[in-house]
Design a protein. Structure first.
Length: 718
């Protein structure tokens, strides 16, 4: 049964919930759903053909609000229609005009055959104060007999009671490449710990069309009642294909600060348009009431008794993390002493049991440097095991054990050598693994483990290129919060794209100890195929573990990691400066001026003044980094490159005088010279007019242009 709602006014419209990229029509969410069609405004084109406004959305972004709307052209005449004869405008009810553009995928849509329809989607930036109900879509035809060459055919205004949020008890039909896919919220589960709500949303997708579809790499977020957006990770979405009449389920998980009110949450769906570098709205769902999860124990405290005393244990979260060609299962636990007397830390171990059948051996890692628990004290513990990354399960159980003897074992009251392991607690839950907490752009994560207190944040990202690959790099800033000099914790890093692709990353570690409040810069980089989009990439960091202990020392090779944190990465600074002053090579800054050229006795000389400074209290491993200077004559007569290793910047030059030193050093230097023998260059002087002098940041042989300056031959610049 189809239920229609009509709006009689031309200036009102009730819309569906998705773009052409994923157009949504709400349907009743039951075993035999009835479709609820909201009849929208129409404007006549000819006697038998008309425009229909299908949908409209507003999406908040960093620069304001982005409006997107889709129109359908219905050609019910006997001849072809051409959209080039028409156009649409977007304005507010108060009269403000907004510039409208076509989505790239629809730019070539022009001809509409008789008896057919065509959907076209537009977008426009609107004021931050503009609401959906303030908008009006106007339809025009170009008419050169009119004073302004256009004739208004009609307009459709968004009614005051319109919402683009699909109610919790309804489903929606998404158009994916012309095939309908019915989407609904199957279940909403939310737990919490001391710091975060940990929501999990199950989305059911049914292909109700006649062709197999591949679901796009949608971006999912929870929108709170205050309008705040928190990203959700999608499990099972990558390359997801659904055959006709087939239903598949995806699982979304995330983390939201505990201070956020847990009411009136919505699920927002968006899609990235690579050509525009924009995220456009796809759908919004009102989340249903939270489902009570049997056996769920995340965030609950339990006690167990040993010979030493009574301990309290809380499972804070379970995570599934990428690790080479496997996945890591990790459990984050807090072990507390709620008594009035100090207790030793018990010898604990554990294992995972999947679907009550598959046992996964695991290792327990203590991240804090403590040997006991005082009254009211607690310590963080991690348990980690490995599974094939393709393995799926529906239930997970964590069994915590206490060991008696010299070495750890597993089992239930069993003996392994001189060790007996006894089960003391079980934490059982469904497969709702918690999402990794995300840190926003420009924000920091603080680790409070005793002896290793530190603050971590992503300072910048850079892309270095050669002919075949790109090297994607993030500069991670670590601040020592301890009162003593300490080493930076060894980290494991992965870059993850929005579709779930994982690129294991290298971490260039700082070898020196960091002073209290001092900083270290860790260069995290990975090779990415050229052409692969790094839009919406995030960085996953964790503390490296070797053989059940936090990795320490240069020779330790990590075999897992714990305490995962994900960072949203800032936009890359791609601006190329047109002068060579104050060029950022953080923690260094270089300025070059008084650039001049000369030719004498068959030798070409490039001469300039420079000043190189460094931010104090910052340690960095500059291995593999060069300051690359490139000289290029405008006519192609002369070109050379000269690389200066970062590691030489801080080195005192020994017995050499400043004038003899051929390396760039910290400080200020006048009349620095680069000389190159070139006996034939003197004969081309009449052809030498302009040249460019450029600064590149070179890393592992790949480079990024930072600044370039044009100058005249034989004339010294300012």
């Amino acid at each position: 049964m189809i239920i229609k709602i009509h709006h009689k006014r031309v200036a009102t419209i009730a819309l569906s919930a998705l773009l052409t990229l994923g157009a949504i029509t709400p349907v009743w969410a039951d075993s035999s759903p009835s479709t609820l069609v909201l009849d929208v405004g129409k404007v006549n084109m000819t006697g038998s053909s008309y425009f229909e406004l299908k949908q409209i959305h507003l999406l908040q972004d960093q620069s304001g609000r982005l409006a997107t709307f889709t129109i359908t052209i219905h050609n019910e005449g006997s001849s072809e229609l051409q959209f080039i004869d028409y156009w649409v405008r977007l304005k507010s009810k108060s009269g403000n005009q907004f510039s409208v553009r076509l989505l790239p995928a629809d730019k070539d849509k022009n001809r509409v055959a008789p008896g057919s329809t065509t959907d076209i989607t537009f977008y426009a930036n609107v004021n931050t104060s503009t609401n959906l109900q303030d908008l009006v879509v106007q339809f025009i035809k170009w008419d050169f007999n009119q004073p302004n060459f256009e004739r208004v055919l009609g307009e459709v205004a968004i009614p005051d009671d319109y919402t683009d949020v699909t109610p919790a008890d309804l489903a929606s039909v998404i158009s994916v490449g012309g095939t309908n896919v019915k989407a609904s919220i199957k279940k909403f589960v939310s737990n919490k710990n001391e710091k975060y709500h940990v929501p999990t949303v199950y989305v059911s997708l049914e292909n109700v069309g006649s062709h197999t579809v591949t679901i796009p790499a949608y971006l999912f977020s929870i929108r709170t009642s205050e309008g705040l957006l928190y990203p959700m990770e999608a499990k099972g979405l990558k390359d997801l294909q659904i055959n006709p009449k087939e239903t598949k389920e995806i699982q979304l998980s995330g983390s939201i600060p505990i201070a956020v009110a847990a009411d009136a949450w919505q699920l927002a769906v968006a899609e990235t348009i690579p050509d525009l570098k924009l995220n456009v709205a796809v759908a919004n769902f009102q989340l249903p009431a939270v489902s009570q999860q049997e056996g769920g124990s995340v965030g609950k405290a339990y006690t167990f008794t040993s010979k030493s005393g009574v301990y309290t244990t809380q499972l804070n979260g379970l995570h599934r993390l990428p690790w080479e060609d496997q996945d890591l299962l990790t459990a984050d636990l807090t072990l507390s002493n709620n008594g009035e007397e100090a207790l030793p830390i018990p010898k604990l171990s554990g294992y995972f049991l999947l679907d009550d059948a598959v046992k996964i051996d695991a290792k327990l890692i203590q991240t804090a440097k403590v040997i006991g628990l005082g009254a009211g004290a607690s310590v963080n513990l991690q348990i980690a095991g490995k599974v094939p990354y393709t393995y799926e399960f529906s239930q997970i159980k964590l069994v915590l054990q206490e060991n008696e003897g010299e070495t750890a074992g597993t089992g239930t009251g069993t003996s392994t050598g001189s060790t007996t392991a006894t089960d003391v607690l079980e934490f059982s839950t469904q497969a709702e693994l918690q999402a990794i907490p995300f840190i926003g752009m420009g924000q920091f994560y603080t680790s409070n483990d005793i002896g290793r207190k530190a603050k971590y944040g992503v300072r910048s990202v850079s892309t270095y290129e050669d002919k075949t690959n790109i090297m994607y790099s993030a500069m991670v800033e670590a601040t020592n919060l301890e009162k003593r000099f300490t080493n930076v914790s060894k980290l494991v890093a992965n870059f993850r794209s929005s579709d779930g692709t994982v690129f294991p990353a290298n971490v260039v570690e700082v070898k020196n100890k960091i002073s209290p409040t001092g900083k270290a810069l860790l260069n995290v980089w990975a090779t990415v195929p050229k052409g692969f989009s790094t839009t919406n990439m995030n960085l996953l960091l964790g503390e490296a573990v070797t053989e059940g202990k936090l990795s320490e020392g240069e020779k330790s090779v990590p075999d897992s990691y714990v305490n995962p944190i994900a960072y949203w990465l800032p936009d890359e600074k791609t601006h190329v400066a047109t002068t060579l002053k104050n060029v950022d090579l953080f923690p260094y800054t270089i300025s070059i001026d008084k650039i001049g050229t000369s030719i004498s006795d068959g030798v070409f000389t490039l001469q300039f003044n420079y000043e190189l400074t460094k931010e104090k209290m910052t340690e960095i491993n500059t291995e593999g980094h060069n300051l690359l200077l490139v000289f290029e004559d405008g006519g192609g007569i002369k070109r050379f490159e000269r690389a200066f290793d970062f590691k030489d910047f801080d080195v005192i030059n020994g017995d050499s005088t400043a004038d003899e030193d051929s390396k760039i050093r910290l400080g200020q230097r006048d009349n620095f010279k680069i000389t190159i023998p070139d006996p034939g260059l003197i004969y081309n002087t009449k052809f030498l007019q302009k040249y460019t002098f450029s600064i590149y940041d070179e890393f592992q042989g790949q480079r990024k242009l930072l600044a370039t300056q044009k100058a005249d031959w034989f004339i010294t610049t300012d």
